[in-house]
Design a protein around this ligand. Sequence first.
Ligand SMILES: Nc1ncnc2c1ncn2[C@@H]1O[C@H](COP(=O)(O)OP(=O)(O)OP(=O)(O)O)[C@@H](O)[C@H]1O
Ligand SMILES: [Mg+2]
Length: 503
Amino acid sequence: MEDYILEMRNIDKSYGGIHALKNVSIGLKRGEVLCLCGENGAGKSTLMKILAGVEKPTDGEIFIEGKKVEIEKPVDAFRFGISMVHQELIQIEDMTIAENIFAGRYRSKGGLIDAKALREDTLRLLEKLDIHFNPNSLVRQYSIANRQLIEIAKAMSHELSIIVFDEPTAPLTVEETENLYRIIRKLRDDGVAVILISHRLEDVFAVGDRIAVLKDGENAGELAVEEATVDKIVKMMIGRQMSQQFPEKTDRIGDRARIGDTVMEVKHLTNRRIKDISFRLRKGEILGVAGLVGAGRTELLRAVFGVDPCEGEIILRGERIVNKSPIEGLGRGFALVPEDRKDQGLILSQSILQNMILSILKKASSFGFMNRKKETGACDEYIEKLKIRTPGRNLMVSALSGGNQQKVVLGKCLASKPEILLLDEPTRGVDIGAKAEIYKIINDLAGEGLSILVVSSEMTELLGISDRILVMHEGHLSGELTMEEASEEAIMKLALSHKENTA
Ligand SMILES: Nc1ncnc2c1ncn2[C@@H]1O[C@H](COP(=O)(O)OP(=O)(O)OP(=O)(O)O)[C@@H](O)[C@H]1O
Ligand SMILES: [Mg+2]
């Protein structure tokens, strides 16, 4: 099979007792985009980490252009022209763009780093991607999307024949995603072979040539994109036809009766990033928040929860409150599932149980003593409910796949038994089957009387689960839509335009 630039044959990987990959084989042709699909925990990232020299396989062989190679460390991978843009970006925030890209590979001049060459090399790379950042600026000031572009530039700084993107579009806006598609197509046309991991099947249809599916650490089949349909892919991924993704819409509209009185009234909420936001949230209501990235949606949730200071009023069940810290927020029955699980949501070096009980503990003072049995019981309940793929509650969170980590963040919040649940991109990186489970859980919680404020960049998600949708634009509330009025176009119109009268 000479036309394969890459073959991974019979790859096996065990982490202690966890058998992450079983005899997996894939082949990749030059100038093709191979999409790797599969449920959370199927082994996609592990397989690619082995290719990138980040993890070592327990068994198996890798061939580049027909020749058997040993990839033991990331530098070996670079030597073979293999680069990977990871699911969780690994960057040093306090270094400049140029330093991040060329770390350890600086050109020197008279024994010193040649700063001019470093800057110029970086500029040349960024130009290739059509981006205009200052090479000497710190990475920390850039958004996730832009940091990803910096990672891509870094990948391209090596002689490149194979590039792997692990879940690249999850945090991106529509435009940023289009830009990434453009970059991927250009790479492919330049003869680079691309492997793309994504839970968004739109990505697969937009840029993919071929699909390989993993299930429970094994090959589950391959398919040309021309022949693929969502149903076919999903069936290979989860081994059965998926039932419906969103809870019955008619149920939801007919079920308005479950929505009660106002629980929380937000009045003129203002801080550095949000301007004069006022709305009401009712008991049992799922209130969606739409807007473009940078519109202030995350900042709104953070201000309500008590992460960021703000002015204005929040009236909770008739009482005027301000959450001055997340602890105060938790104490009053709020819980926040943050956008970036790594920064704010999880302690990776602790177990699932420890992470889950963290939020219970914070609240425990108001409940008195929580017993051990209750804690483990609650933890197991959410592992089960959210279908977290783990051998048990004591596994370190860092050993979970990306999507399963996201489920722990969600479980952790639910375990605090909130009355007002603030969700920021709750299904980012979660597979299509698990998404449906999460929508059902959100719907059930609302049915039990929880009030939910949910931010999402996925329109179908917002339209599928909300009872009402707020739209933000540049820090302001630009409109509010009932589900009868709401559509992708109606949301976009408000997301792009300023509200004329701000009364
Ligand atoms: N360091 C580790 N220690 C133990 N188990 C691990 C480790 N890393 C990964 N695993 C396990 O290997 C399996 C495959 O994980 P992997 O991250 O490859 O999944 P994935 O297909 O990328 O999923 P996702 O879509 O959620 O990102 C999972 O069961 C995971 O818990
Ligand atoms: Mg992964």
